[in-house]
Design a protein around this ligand. Structure first.
Ligand code: PGA
Length: 249
């Protein structure tokens, strides 16, 4: 049975002391029936790690470079993240693609490197509003999935989580309907079956992300092909995040 994973993407929010306080609150969430991950900014990782010690909460980062070390100002390596206590890393978030020139090629290189080092990757894909209006959602998602997963083996897929995040739903309050989200998550599962096999497709966790909140999470998470959520805004409020975790069976 595939895992349900609720992950909080803190984006560029919280200083180290604020992160320690929020992580300590989140560590109090008891009896989660699903895997829970928090992904704070890089400088917060050590502090967040300390705050969640002894809990079941897992730590993740928001990006990772493909090289081990070297002259890559502003970047961070998988080894650094692992030593800081990370088990997960988000790669290819639409904000990275939109504002920082991330392409399917760089997303692929980052994914391959992170997996080789033993990190679990939350790989983000999603169409823009214009792409949806133009009726090319499936084309865009298929291109991203195929290029971003290039060279990744069926075995490696055990450490890949796909997050379907329609760009038009991120931080906008515009949530995809449960039918829209289910349709694309099901389409992604079909692509994974084509690229790998039925077993890999069945085992891969596919999250929905984009304005997931306490009042819409239950219906989204109840859909057969939605196995969790990548949560932005609502991950910064302990009560909201706890409510989403509680819905993640
Ligand atoms: P949001 O962000 O929940 O604030 O829409 C989700 C994400 O970008 O991962």
């Amino acid at each position: 049975m595939r895992k349900t994973i609720i992950a909080g993407n803190w984006k560029m929010n919280k200083t180290p002391s604020e992160a320690a306080a929020l992580a300590a609150e989140i560590a109090q969430i008891k009896d989660a029936a699903c895997e829970v991950v928090i992904c704070p900014p890089f400088v917060d990782l050590f502090f967040a790690k300390k705050a969640i010690e002894g809990s079941n909460i897992k730590l993740g980062a928001q990006n990772c470079h493909w090289e081990t070390s070297g002259a890559f100002t502003g970047e961070i390596s998988a080894d650094m993240l692992i030593e800081a206590g990370c088990e997960y890393v988000i790669i290819g978030h639409s904000e990275r693609r939109q504002y920082f020139g991330e392409t399917d090629e760089t997303v692929n290189k980052r994914t391959v490197a992170a997996l080789a080092k033993g990190l679990k990757v939350i790989l983000c894909v999603g169409e823009t509003r214009d792409e949806r209006v133009d009726g090319i959602t499936e084309e865009v998602i298929a291109r991203q999935i195929k290029l971003d997963l290039k060279g990744i083996s069926a075995e490696d897929m055990a450490n890949v989580v796909i997050a379907y995040e329609p760009v038009w739903a991120i931080g906008t309050g515009l949530v995809a309907t449960k039918e829209q989200a289910e349709e694309v998550c099901g389409f992604i599962r079909g692509l994974i079956k084509e690229l790998y096999n039925a077993e890999v497709a069945e085992e891969t966790t596919i999250q929905y992300g984009g304005s997931m909140k306490p009042d819409n999470c239950a219906e989204l998470l109840a859909m057969p092909n939605i196995d969790g959520g990548l949560i932005g805004g609502a991950a910064l409020k302990t009560a909201d995040f706890a409510a989403i975790v509680a819905a993640g069976k």
